[in-house]
Design a protein around this ligand. Structure first.
Ligand code: TMP
Length: 211
């Protein structure tokens, strides 16, 4: 990527502790003098957040896989072009809670949308923009599902069966294995202090690699 800032995304199945680790990553980076912003997908701008509400709301009407896929990329186009890229161009680092790896995992692995269709939209919406680093918080599906269920009301995705999330986890792990230089797998089932230490270490490494 030609941008001055670094684009780092955090991925994983439900309840793996992404929010906690993104806050931890942002604090670590700020402590070493890196100017960063935290954002999320689907969402990140008022319009993209409105699309998020459409996507997450449980509804009686069956949602077509292509409708879901296009809404994910509609939100992403808005978010990427109005918020993420301008921030990177200003030299800020962008920490994003999910990005297109989630589409490959959820819509591709989970729903069964052919991966070539997703790749087509990825190229259309993003051109050659890809995250510089992906932090994959990995834990057995059941561990995360229990945490997600304890948070209360389940959204449209969280209501899916365990097998759906197993396919998602497998897709994430396959993508990480295919491109180990860009993906960093963190064992999210480890004690919180250990997970936080590993994420902080990664942030420091990403920064020192630039020096
Ligand atoms: P969150 O709960 O991590 O904020 O994410 C919202 C939900 O949206 C989560 O269940 C994963 C799902 N999602 C997709 O299915 N595809 C995508 O491309 C993204 C970004 C999220």
């Amino acid at each position: 990527m030609s941008s001055a800032g670094r684009f780092i995304t955090f991925e994983g199945t439900e309840g793996v502790g992404k929010s906690t680790q993104i806050s931890n990553a942002a604090e670590t980076l700020k402590a070493v003098g890196v100017d960063c912003i935290v954002t999320r997908e689907p969402g990140g701008t008022p319009m993209a957040e409105a699309i998020r509400e459409l996507l997450l709301a449980p509804r009686d009407e069956p949602v077509n896989d292509l409708t879901e896929l296009l809404l994910m990329f509609a939100a992403r186009a808005q978010h990427l072009h109005t918020l993420i890229l301008p921030a990177l161009e200003k030299g800020q680092w962008v920490l994003c809670d999910r990005f297109t790896d989630a589409t490959f995992a959820y819509q591709g692995g989970g729903r069964g949308v052919p991966l070539e269709r997703i790749a087509l939209l990825e190229n259309l919406v993003q051109g050659d923009v890809r995250p510089d680093h992906v932090v994959l918080l990995d834990a057995p599906v059941e561990t995360g599902m229990t945490r997600a269920r304890n948070r209360g009301q389940l959204d449209r995705f969280e209501q899916e069966a365990v097998s759906f999330f197993q396919r998602i986890r497998d897709t994430y792990l396959a993508r990480a294995a295919a491109e180990p230089a860009r993906y960093n797998i963190v064992d999210a089932a480890a004690p919180l202090e250990a997970v936080s230490a590993q994420v902080s270490e990664l942030m420091c490494k990403f920064q020192s690699d630039l020096l």
